[in-house]
Design a protein. Structure first.
Length: 375
């Protein structure tokens, strides 16, 4: 279960914290320009400094939003360089705290190499401006240290917000993929269970219809077998709806043998024990689809199922006689989908006609390396 609300709240918390740091910088500037007793700071200069500080803070919030959205409109470059220049110009009004905003803008919109090249240059420019406007040692040392620290905090918090949002979206995508995979699995199982059940019941019903009217006992037997087949299919369908896992290969072989007996098909089984659970599940899907297609497209009298263990793979072979000549070599849609699943696991699946009007399905399913000793 993915808890997406927690990730969203964490990302919002990181973003709000970055706003608090930016707000602290703006409050420091507003307080300094409003209360500082300095005859050289005229009222117009103070008003310009306050206006530019608030405007640059709002501009930075817009740039931060664009960075988090991974969206760079036409004006993005102008906004970026304007904010960088604004932090330096504000030094002329003694609003030195806003230089941290300029560095934060550089960190968020530049590569690491650009930061290492442009950051020191901007710091040197700031030192020159401070020498011209306020040549005090505490400012010459403190402003760069404070600005780099504030910019680093804002950058880290913004990147943390972006990473948490990406993680949340990735989790949602994984959850959707899991839902889609489960939907495909249920679709395949419904196709296999209902297809095989309906085909077997149809064969029994057709046999009953072909019997003479006087053979009531034979008709009754065929209809009872059809009813039993439908009942078994209903039981499997209920198990699927309850979320039961895919049957194992040996269970599927037993179901196929029972089904062949019901429809009067002679079946020979030569099966070894499969090594891993994955082999059994995927092999069961191959066998189920092969038997369904066999009863749907052929009127077999004989079927042969072989499960042979090799050193690196499980080899499953299903053969039946009396295959129609018009059946395509690639088999049905279900077999093509299964072939893709087997190939994704590193194996192969081939289906097609053989000599003597036979149809043959051969699947080679490699063993899982992680569980070589599974039974």
């Amino acid at each position: 279960m993915w808890i997406t609300a927690s990730g969203r709240d964490d990302a919002r918390g990181a973003l709000i914290t970055s706003w608090v740091v930016l707000g602290f910088m703006v409050i420091q500037v507003l307080t300094s320009l409003s209360l500082q007793i300095d005859p050289s700071l005229a009222s117009v200069r103070r008003a310009i400094g306050i206006t530019l500080a608030v405007g640059s803070a709002l501009g930075f919030l817009r740039l931060q939003s664009l960075v988090l959205q991974n969206h760079r409109p036409v004006y993005f470059s102008g906004l970026r360089w304007g904010l960088i220049a604004m932090g330096i110009l504000l030094l002329l009004t003694d609003a030195w705290a806003m230089f941290g905003m300029s560095l934060a803008t550089l960190f968020l919109t530049s590569t690491r190499r650009q930061v290492l090249l442009i950051g020191p240059v901007l710091t040197i420019v700031v030192e020159l401006v401070l020498l011209y406007s306020s040549p005090q040692l505490v400012l010459l040392v403190g402003v760069p240290m404070y600005s780099w620290l504030a910019a680093g905090v804002i950058f880290v918090l913004t990147r943390l917000c972006a990473v948490l949002n990406e993680l949340r979206l990735a989790r949602e995508d994984i959850a959707r993929l899991q839902i889609d995979e489960e939907r495909h699995r249920i679709s395949r199982d419904l196709h296999d269970i209902l297809g095989r059940t309906l085909v077997a019941a149809s064969l029994r019903t057709q046999t009953a219809l072909r019997l003479d009217c006087g053979d009531a006992a034979g008709c009754r037997t065929q209809l009872e077998q059809a009813a039993q087949t439908l009942s078994d299919g209903n039981t499997q369908l209920r198990a699927l709806v309850r979320g039961a896992v895919i049957r194992g290969l040996h269970s599927e072989i037993a179901i196929a043998v029972d089904l062949f007996e019901r429809v009067g098909v002679s079946c020979k089984v030569d099966a070894d024990a499969f090594r891993t659970e994955r082999d059994g599940q995927l092999g069961a899907a191959v066998l189920r689809e092969a038997v369904t297609n066999m009863l749907k497209h052929s009127r077999p009298r004989y079927a042969w199922i072989s499960v042979r263990e090799e050193s690196t793979a499980t080899l499953i072979t299903i053969v039946n006689d009396r295959a129609p000549k018009a059946l395509p070599e690639s088999g049905g849609t279900g077999l093509r989908a299964l072939a893709q699943r087997v190939e994704q696991s590193g194996g192969t699946l081939r289906a097609g006609g053989a000599e003597g009007a036979r149809f043959r399905v051969i699947a080679r399913i490699p063993h899982e390396q992680a569980t070589p000793g599974a039974s």
